[in-house]
Design a protein around this ligand. Structure first.
Ligand code: SAH
Length: 473
């Protein structure tokens, strides 16, 4: 068992139960017997004994190991990520935990159970597992109707692929399993990209490998059919169905018993869509409803970075008089259009504009257009610390333009999903934007990722999506 020994004074964040250990904090590595590794405290002499010394290179990617403070006291079980600055990710702080199939099944079950309340409130799309937030760093599990969409972003979870798939199938036998481990973080960890349906009878991480565009890699077996999930219709578990038949190109996923949002698990962003904005979409619905009750007619809404039109649907449902959805993706806008029809809402009240939001906002400011409600939900502008400054400029630009488009007494809902952007910094940027725009605005509500995107208390990095509801004028 490989045991990482920390430098003196580098145990503070682990004591606070933060689940990451940076490579700089690690002094050296020991190779211990199982029995030695199960001692709470190692004898001091052992720490520098040449016979136990090992090298980082000896440890396999994703291997279960342990971390101890500089005195040799046990701190946590973790998984090794050789290519990341976050070299160790904690899986348990309990020395007596056995990190086996049952362990993962239990963690998954606990996370899934906690989401039942959201499902009972009329949500068929929920994040069942939110990585660090659910004590499973590197694992995202989203449910869209009867499709489970999984993204694995760490070597530790990759190494436990079989356990995870087996447990997910056992806990959710009525669901198809799909994988979207094709995001930007995997190449940084030197993990191969994978996208496709998972056959739970044959969970194999070498299947469904793909390139950066999601195209199947030559030589990697692609799963084209899967066993039928357990349901009244299919009692014979041997019965198979083609992936194309099993998982529709567009799923309509009920949200807060109000509308169904179009989600494309196979080709869409992330695991298919943005469940994290559920609460803010509901906020939009309420604002529109209030407005209509007060004024007799619904508000005009500009939905920037609309993707498949989630905010727009909730606005329409709340009584918006007109919704303008703007996005660069024709594919997303087409889905948004279909979404309006599927929800029996009036397509005559919607516009779908394929355009760069920056250019669109500038043009409308020039024209002097005004809306009752403007929504700015941009993609992550800051990918790393080095891009944060440029990102801040981007946020300031769109917020300045966005604020100029809001009528007196109207609202701007503005967001940042950059983990590196703190709520405080975002507020400063928007305050500057308001000064530039020469408008007064007040924060009337703070907005954030919805409750299934749980934030680990000791890990502020897991709070990534923040926003404000600003009252203009
Ligand atoms: N609000 C959406 C999620 C937005 S995701 C929801 O609730 O589901 C960000 C979207 O911004 C993506 O659809 C992407 O296509 C779009 N996008 C990124 N850069 C853009 C730009 N410069 N102009 C217009 N759209 C852009």
């Amino acid at each position: 068992m490989f045991t990482f020994i920390l430098h003196p004074e580098r145990n503070k964040s682990l004591l606070r139960r933060h689940p990451w250990v940076f490579s700089k904090a690690i002094a050296h590595v020991l190779n211990l017997s199982d029995e030695q590794a199960h001692q709470e405290q190692l004898p001091e002499a052992m720490l520098n004994d040449a016979q136990y010394q090992a090298k980082r290179q000896d440890v396999a990617a994703g291997e279960l190991c342990q971390v101890r403070d500089s005195s040799g006291k046990f701190m946590a079980w973790c998984h090794f990520s050789p290519y990341s600055q976050i070299m160790l990710r904690v899986i348990s702080f309990a020395l007596n935990d056995k990190i086996d199939y049952e362990f993962f099944r239990q963690r998954l079950q606990q996370a899934i159970t906690k989401r039942q309340v959201l499902q009972a409130q009329g949500n068929d799309g929920v994040r069942l597992v939110a990585a660090e937030g659910d004590y499973l760093p590197g694992l995202i599990v989203d449910r869209y109707n009867n499709v489970i969409s999984i993204a694995i972003t760490s070597w530790g979870m990759e190494a436990n692929y079989q356990h995870l798939i087996k447990a997910l199938h056992e806990l959710l036998p009525e669901c198809y399993l799909y994988e979207r481990s094709d995001g930007k973080t995997r190449p940084k960890e030197k993990l191969p990209l994978r996208r496709g349906a998972i056959d739970y009878t044959q969970p194999d991480p070498t299947f469904n490998l793909c390139d950066i565009e999601g195209k199947p890699l030559k030589g990697s077996q692609q799963v084209t059919s899967v066993p039928m999930p357990q349901s009244a219709a299919a009692t014979d578990s041997q019965q198979r169905i083609s992936v194309d038949e099993a998982i529709a190109p567009t799923l309509y996923v009920k949200e807060n018993n109000l509308v169904s949002i179009p989600i494309d698990v196979k080709e869409g962003h992330k695991t298919g869509g943005y469940l994290d904005q559920r609460q803010s979409r509901l906020h939009t619905y309420k604002l529109c409803k209030e407005f209509k009750e007060l004024h007799g007619t619904g508000p005009t809404v500009l939905n920037c970075f609309s993707y498949t039109g989630g905010f727009g649907l909730l606005a329409l449902k709340g009584g918006a008089a007109k919704v303008f959805n703007v996005d660069v993706s024709a594919h997303a806008l087409e889905a948004a259009k279909q979404g309006v029809v599927q929800n029996h809402l009036d397509p005559g009240r919607c516009k779908f504009i394929k355009k760069d939001v920056f250019a669109y906002l500038r043009e409308e400011v020039q024209k002097g257009t005004k809306f009752d409600l403007v929504i700015l939900d941009p993609p992550k502008f800051a990918e790393s610390k080095s891009t944060l400054v440029t990102a801040c400029r981007g946020y300031q630009d769109i917020n300045r333009l966005g604020l100029q488009l809001v009528k007196q007494g109207g609202h701007l809902l503005t967001f940042s999903c950059s983990g590196l952007m703190s709520e405080e910094l975002l507020q400063k940027i928007i305050a500057d934007a308001a000064l530039d725009a020469k408008v007064d605005a007040q924060i009337v509500a703070t907005l954030r990722q919805d409750r299934d995107h749980v934030v680990a208390l000791p890990c502020p990095e897991s709070f990534y999506l923040k926003g404000f509801d600003l009252l203009v004028g």
